[in-house]
Design a protein around this ligand. Structure first.
Ligand SMILES: [Zn+2]
Ligand SMILES: [Zn+2]
Length: 213
């Protein structure tokens, strides 16, 4: 099995976790043996988030999507943003806040679950009043944590250990943009995302009555 960053291998990772006897769990209860807290910090693309969310639902996997209200790349308050939240809920996923420190603007759109965007060590694991901080105990423990940041699994792709039941429990951070858009490096993947974004923007302009000829 080659550890590509594409939706095919993503599905294989989910199947490996099931084969290893794991269950996908929401933040709320403390970690127990066999739990997987699979979370998605949505930095760049609601489209990518929705594609991943649909695939997970087809595989009967529910995860936690953490969305930004302060993204420079998407507008959660737009019709598209509201529709994305509605669809994520419909598919059975949890929706929390991917927050820019120190703002924790939780409102009725979100479950009280927060992940910090580009966290700094001095506040990363501090408790947040009224919300679960995914980087705080009991959910965050380095041996039980894997992240795909910048298209690189620092401790290796977890599929083999998942299949073999090698983790007592695990929190996994997966950025959908890296898996939905293709490129051999993070830079190339980001460029393919921007190319797709350009086509989408042209459609939005046309829908807004802008003449593109
Ligand atoms: Zn793998
Ligand atoms: Zn982020």
């Amino acid at each position: 099995m080659s550890c590509r960053f594409d939706l095919g291998h993503y599905a294989e990772i989910l199947e490996a976790a099931k084969a290893g006897g794991y269950r996908f769990t929401f933040f709320g209860e403390p970690p127990a043996r066999g739990d997987i807290f699979l979370r998605h910090d949505i930095d760049l693309s609601l489209d990518a988030a929705l594609q991943m969310a649909e695939l997970e639902a087809e595989l009967d996997v529910q995860t936690t999507y953490l969305l930004m209200t302060e993204s420079v790349f998407y507008n959660l308050a737009s019709r598209e943003g509201a529709a994305a939240i509605a669809r994520l809920r419909e598919l059975g996923h949890a929706v929390g806040l991917h927050a820019v420190h120190p703002n924790v603007g939780l409102d009725e759109r979100f479950d009280p679950v927060v992940s910090w965007h580009n966290p700094q060590a001095e506040y990363m694991s501090a408790s947040i009043s009224g919300a679960i901080n995914v980087y705080a105990e009991p959910y965050f423990d380095p041996p039980s944590y894997r992240s795909d940041s910048n298209q690189h699994w620092r401790a290796g792709c977890p599929h083999e250990e998942l299949r073999g039941g090698g983790f007592a429990w695990l929190q996994i951070l997966v950025h959908p943009e890296i898996w939905v858009y293709q490129g051999a490096t993070m830079g190339l993947t980001m460029r393919s995302m921007l190319n797709a974004e350009k086509a989408r923007r042209l459609e939005q302009l046309a829908a807004d009555g802008i003449h593109l000829d």
